[in-house]
Design a protein around this ligand. Structure first.
Ligand code: PHE
Length: 344
């Protein structure tokens, strides 16, 4: 009986079936009424009593293995038969699943926001379709300022005393914050802005900004300088230097443009910084008293600073991208470059 069990096990092991019919034949061969396994159960009755225990166990195991083997063969011919019927080749490797990644502009915007959040700035957002008051009037733009011209601004409704337009900067959100938040205010405003510009490597009609505003009693230009130095070093490295050049914005006085030492040539001069050793990163200044007054803040008690930067510009400097248009064209070869950028 021992040999018979071993022989059936070997047969089961070698068993191959390519159709449901063959599996059924195999089932009958082993487990049918006259099957080889069933027959062994009949023979079992004649086994000497002292051997019954050992053989009983072996036989039960054999039956279990035979049943499982038949079941698994049934399943495997079932799936291949189904696949063959549908014409699908299930042995074909699957298409690799491509993992998405954050857009480089989102990565840098988040990085800028995080730097200011760490030192206590709140984040505020506002509407992209704004009115003239929040984009220009409350920011001390004279009525004939060229930025209001149809050349620079996309108007949604014109010929109205307070026309709707696509915001040209997120300073409009700062106005909304000055109108509504209790003082002191410390806020950054990330968002998308729109300008009627010809699209080139250096300009686009849509881009992103992060603007900042801090208003309290006794805020000075020294505070502004320190905030920007802190930002520049967090963003571009601890040895980054800044320099401020006098400039003009209707909403700040005094105003300045900020340059950082070129993080590529370390100030020696290269083609990214056009040999100057410096890269322009933002505009800033002390909030003009007229702007504070327009939002109901007393400029004899409070003072503040504001700054604003283009996210694409910071991203271009960070990754040495030489054409702004890459950020808008969604070419997967470009976007894929940032797939390994740290999750932020
Ligand atoms: N709003 C300015 C711009 O869009 C940037 C800026 C913000 C400058 C705050 C000074 C102060 O260019």
């Amino acid at each position: 009986m021992k040999e018979a069990i071993e022989q059936i096990l070997a047969e089961l092991d070698a068993l191959k079936c390519s159709s449901e019919k063959e599996v059924e034949e195999a089932r009958i061969h082993f487990l049918g009424k006259k099957g080889s396994v069933t027959r062994l159960f009949e023979e079992f009755r004649t086994v000497a009593p002292e051997m019954k225990r050992e053989f009983g166990q072996k036989l039960n195991l054999l039956k279990k293995q035979a049943t499982e083997r038949i079941e698994s063969l049934k399943e495997s011919v079932g799936t291949t038969a189904g696949a063959a019927a549908s014409g699908d080749d299930l042995t074909m490797p699957a298409d690799p699943m491509e993992l998405g990644s954050r857009h480089p502009v989102s990565i840098v915007r988040q990085e800028i926001v995080d730097i200011f959040r760490k030192v206590g700035y709140d984040v505020a957002e506002g509407p992209e379709v704004e009115d003239d008051w929040h984009v220009f009037e409350a920011l001390n733009f004279p009525p004939d300022h060229p930025a209001r011209d149809m050349q620079d601004t996309f108007f949604v409704s014109a010929g109205h005393p307070n026309p709707l337009l696509l915001r040209t900067h997120t300073s409009s959100v700062q106005v909304r914050m000055m109108e509504t938040l209790p003082l002191p205010i410390r806020v950054i405003c990330p968002g998308r802005v729109f300008r009627n510009e010809a699209i080139s490597a250096r300009a686009h009609c849509i881009f992103h900004q992060v603007e900042g505003l801090y208003i309290d009693k006794g805020v000075t230009f020294a505070d502004l300088k320190q905030a920007i130095l802190m930002f520049a070093r967090e963003m571009f490295g601890a040895d980054t230097q800044i320099r401020m050049r006098p400039s003009y914005f209707p909403f700040t006085e005094p105003s300045s443009e900020v340059d950082v030492s070129c993080n590529i040539c370390k100030g020696k001069g290269c083609n990214i910084c056009k040999g100057t050793g410096w890269l322009e990163i933002m505009g800033c200044g002390m909030v003009d008293p007229n702007v504070l007054r327009a939002s109901g803040i007393d400029p004899t008690v409070y003072s503040g600073f504001a700054f604003g930067m283009g996210v694409e510009r910071i991203a271009m400097l960070k990754w040495q991208v030489n054409d702004l248009r890459h950020y808008f064209e969604n070419d997967m070869r470009f976007l894929g470059e940032f797939a390994t950028a740290p999750e932020v």
